[in-house]
Write a protein that binds this ligand. Structure first.
Ligand code: ADP
Ligand code: MG
Length: 366
């Protein structure tokens, strides 16, 4: 099912009573979420991700704007009639119920024509449990399960009614690193198998990039960019998005454009046609540096970290006040420094310019 948000806004009175201004948790969202895809809703803590999910599932009412499921306006539809499955960070299982009873729970209060027999409920619970591969654990209580297994039960419970929309709010945050990787692959598989439109909330950019068909990058209640993970990584619309995606993060220098050339310090490092003279921020992805003894960008070498396939060259430059530069180079290269200076040339498509005031992207021809 396609989901459309139209001018969707949620304001809260400020929790700090001394501050009169409201908090705009979700600000004027306009977005169309395509049918059958996995959408990663990504942003730092407090940016409004959970509020957006709560509006979608009906736990909270928007201050203004509309929500459409397919062609239907569901803005005022009660939560229980929306056909939405929800998975939370803390699993929220009933401790005194078995796995099977937990999964069946959402089916028990179906009324009228939807009412199911005990056998039908058990069959549906088994199907959902099988999907997340916990059908062997049906008789256990939550405290007899690992964190990863508990989260699978929560996913099965969300799937048992075959929701039109599945919402997951930081579902992997309580798992250890290895389980987090494994469970995210599982979620991807389950989403592909069921084709249920799924919105997956996380503050972890790598997690969002690795499993999403589309990512929505937000900050302070505002959507900054929507696109395929690789497109957003390659073409960030502003400095915030550029900095939020990528590990190690993009290196941001203070620079200046003069006569179609980009200067970092006194060195002209790149031709940037079509940009008016001005001060800019220069974002360079770690993979955008090329070791080159004739390269235009000179940095002070700190150290070289060898990591098997790649090496990380750690260096400094006065245009990055105190912050270290991390550049990733294939391990085939040998790092040679003269008088402690390492020289780089740059891959133009890995270099992004941003206005120093608005932090919006400035486009150039190289
Ligand atoms: P996220 O899930 O991205 O961490 P939230 O949606 O929980 O962010 O919160 C967004 C903003 O709205 C935060 O500033 C938070 O303090 C505020 N907020 C969330 N819920 C409430 C509430 N019930 N009352 C007042 N402020 C709230
Ligand atoms: Mg949250």
């Amino acid at each position: 099912m396609k989901v459309v948000l139209k001018d969707l806004t949620k304001k809260f009175p400020n929790r700090n009573k001394k501050i009169r201004d409201e908090v705009i948790a979700v600000s004027n969202f306009n977005i169309e979420i395509p049918d059958g895809k996995l959408i990663g809703l990504l942003g730092p803590s407090g940016c409004g991700k959970s509020t957006a999910l709560n509006l979608l599932c009906g736990l909270q009412k928007p201050t203004s704007g509309q929500i459409f499921f397919g062609e239907d306006d569901v803005t005022n539809l009660p939560a229980e009639n929306r056909g939405v499955g929800m998975v939370f960070q803390n699993y929220a299982l009933y401790p005194h119920l078995t796995v099977q009873q937990n999964i069946i729970f959402p089916l028990e209060n179906l009324k009228g024509a939807q009412k199911l027999t005990k056998e039908q409920m058990a069959a549906k619970a088994y199907e959902a449990a099988k999907l997340v591969q916990i059908e062997e654990l049906m008789d256990r209580k939550p405290n007899e399960l690992s964190g990863g297994q508990q989260q699978r039960v929560a996913i099965a419970r969300a799937l048992v009614k075959m929701p039109r929309l599945l919402l997951m709010d930081e579902p992997l945050s309580n798992l250890d690193a290895r389980l987090r990787l494994q469970t995210r692959e599982e979620i991807r598989r389950i989403q592909r198998e069921t084709k249920i439109t799924t919105i997956f909330v996380t503050h972890d950019q790598e997690e969002a990039m690795s499993i999403s068909d589309l990512i929505v990058v937000m900050k302070e209640g505002v959507i900054h960019q929507v696109g395929k993970p690789q497109e957003v990584y390659d073409n960030p619309v502003n400095l915030f998005v550029a900095k939020f995606l990528g590990t190690p993060p993009i290196n941001v220098f203070a620079g200046e454009v003069k006569d179609g050339k980009l200067f970092i310090g006194k060195e002209a490092v790149l031709s940037v046609k079509g940009v008016a003279d001005k001060k800019v921020y220069v974002g360079i992805r770690p993979e955008g540096f090329v070791l080159d003894e004739n390269g235009a960008l000179s940095c002070m070498l700190d150290e070289v970290e060898v990591m098997g396939r790649d090496i990380t060259v750690v260096s400094r430059h006065e245009a990055l006040d105190g912050v270290e530069i991390r550049s990733i180079i294939s391990a085939d290269n040998k790092v040679e420094a003269k008088d402690g200076i390492v020289k780089f040339s740059l891959k133009p498509h890995k270099v992004h310019l941003f206005d120093q005031e608005t932090e919006e992207r400035i486009y150039f021809e190289s």
